[in-house]
Design a protein around this ligand. Structure first.
Ligand SMILES: [Zn+2]
Length: 485
């Protein structure tokens, strides 16, 4: 295998190898579902999706697990995020979970992120988490105080190996209300006793309570992927404390290395500022999708290396929009030529070396720690070459056009998810649908219903179909085919 990855655990780029030949077991920390997902989540999960897609594209069989956090993830105030959502919406916590889990799934589908193979929920795995905590107490890595159980950080000398933090730094930020009962400030909760007003509670050997956030990922990753698996992914902001604690618990539990490779995606800011509800600069995925096609949001995210931070701004996403149109324009032109002209006017062309070079360069870029921006640069070069070829007369033969379409389908479509859904397979049906809408608009105009006729025109424009009213009626074109203008 020729893939190299940057492994956060050892802070360098190393060859990627799998535990079992041909098979990758991969875990990614999922969302806490108490509100709509924002574009920071979009950045993280598009990055992980690109990694998954590429690994599968190279022929690896990837088992992809991503959890849903629906209990135990506390705010700095000590309040459970799910209970906060329930209070805000005056509803049951599990109703909040259902609502925002579905919203998250809709967002991920809309962004063309491939669904994980298994999406375990923390509240559905409380027995596994209790068993893990019991085992940690037995192993001498945890202790109980007043119905809560804490991990004894001093029992795991390698604590800090992922984040590179020292014990003094670890003591900061520990919650005041739990500080008194912990042996050391850096110890962290595995199980918390439930105060009387806490409605999310389960029976345990230590009384009624609820699991800590970190133990859920340990319990579910081990359950579905085994004690030792290949890739653990997540956001850079989760390296400490979340992932660090996962390693300590898991390795203390099994005595095995938890994940071999730790891959972290850089964070996202909005116009240079960290996104936060209190600053009012939070952009949900739905907000973003109301403004831009999903492929453009993917293009924006994948135009920077997944480990780099990115800044979301109108200018930056508009620039990605233009770039995306330039990138895929030739693919749409190729389809249109194939469907609308006859091969009898075609010339034999020798484009196969360009195609091979593009595929090779793309693979080299992606093999190098999933360097999507470099892979996209290869596709830009390819787009330029294809445009040059298409401007020649007579047009290239069908075989050449087909192999160009395949490059787009494989690299821009299958690996990066940048090709509009169905654009390569159903152009005919799309054309008919557009004709139907053009006719409806004509009827609306005759009836002087200009609100409807304008809405049809504007909505078509958002999917790249431009209507033009002329003397002989309305004609239309896809906005992508003449992007060089
Ligand atoms: Zn996690």
């Amino acid at each position: 295998m020729s893939i190299t990855v940057y492994n956060t655990l050892i802070r360098k780029k190393v060859p990627f190898n799998t535990i079992e030949p041909g098979r990758v077991r991969m875990y990614v920390c999922g969302p806490t579902v108490y509100d709509h997902a924002h574009i920071g989540h979009g950045k993280l999960y598009i990055s992980m999706d690109m990694i998954l897609r590429y690994l599968r594209y190279t022929g690896l069989d990837v088992l992809y697990v991503q959890n849903i956090t629906d209990v135990g993830h506390l705010l700095d105030s000590g309040e459970d995020r799910i209970m906060k959502g329930a209070r805000r919406e005056q509803t049951d916590p599990m109703q909040v979970v259902e609502r925002y889990m579905r919203s998250y799934m809709d967002d991920m589908d809309a962004l063309h992120n491939i669904r994980p193979d298994i999406m375990p929920r923390a509240a559905g795995h409380v027995p596994e988490q209790i068993a893990a905590v019991e085992q940690l107490i037995k192993n001498g890595n945890a202790y109980e105080v007043n119905g809560s159980v804490y991990f004894d950080v001093s029992s795991f000398p390698e604590y800090g190996k992922l984040s590179g933090r020292k014990i003094e730094e670890l003591q900061e930020g520990t919650r005041l209300n739990t500080r008194a009962e912990k042996r050391r400030p850096e110890d962290f909760a595995l199980w918390k006793r439930a105060d009387p007003e806490h409605i999310m509670r389960w029976n345990s050997p230590w009384g009624e309570g609820f699991p800590g956030w970190h133990i859920e990922c340990t319990a579910m990753a081990i359950k579905y992927l085994g004690a030792n698996f290949d890739i653990h992914g997540g956001g850079l902001e989760n390296v400490f404390p979340h992932n660090e604690c996962e390693i300590a618990q898991s390795e203390a539990l099994s005595g095995e290395t938890f994940a071999n490779f730790w891959l972290h995606a850089g964070s996202l800011t909005v116009s240079g500022v960290k996104m936060s509800k209190s600053l009012g600069n939070s952009v949900t995925i739905q907000d973003a999708l109301n403004e831009y096609p999903a492929e453009v949001i993917r293009m924006f995210v994948l135009s920077s290396h997944y480990r780099s931070p990115i800044d979301y701004s109108k200018e930056a996403v508009d620039a990605a929009y233009k770039g995306w149109q330039r990138l895929i324009g030739p693919a749409l032109s190729v389809q249109q030529i194939l469907l609308t002209t006859q091969e009898s006017d075609a010339a034999q062309s020798n484009f196969s070396s360009t195609i091979k070079q593009t595929r090779d360069d793309f693979k080299t870029a992606m093999d190098d720690d999933f360097n999507a921006p470099k892979a996209i640069a290869c596709l830009f070069d390819f787009a330029k070459d294809v445009n040059g070829l298409l401007s020649e007369y007579p047009r290239p033969d069908d075989a050449t056009l087909q192999s160009i379409a395949e490059v787009y389908n494989d690299l821009a479509g299958t690996v990066l998810g940048l090709l509009p859904a169905n654009s390569t397979t159903s152009v005919n049906r799309d054309n008919e649908l557009i004709e139907i809408l053009v006719d409806l608009r004509k009827t609306a105009r005759k009836q002087k219903d200009f609100a409807t006729s304008d809405a049809i025109r504007d909505k078509l424009a958002t999917i790249g179909v431009i209507l033009e009213d002329g003397q002989s009626g309305t004609t239309w074109k896809t906005g992508f085919s003449n992007l060089s203008e």
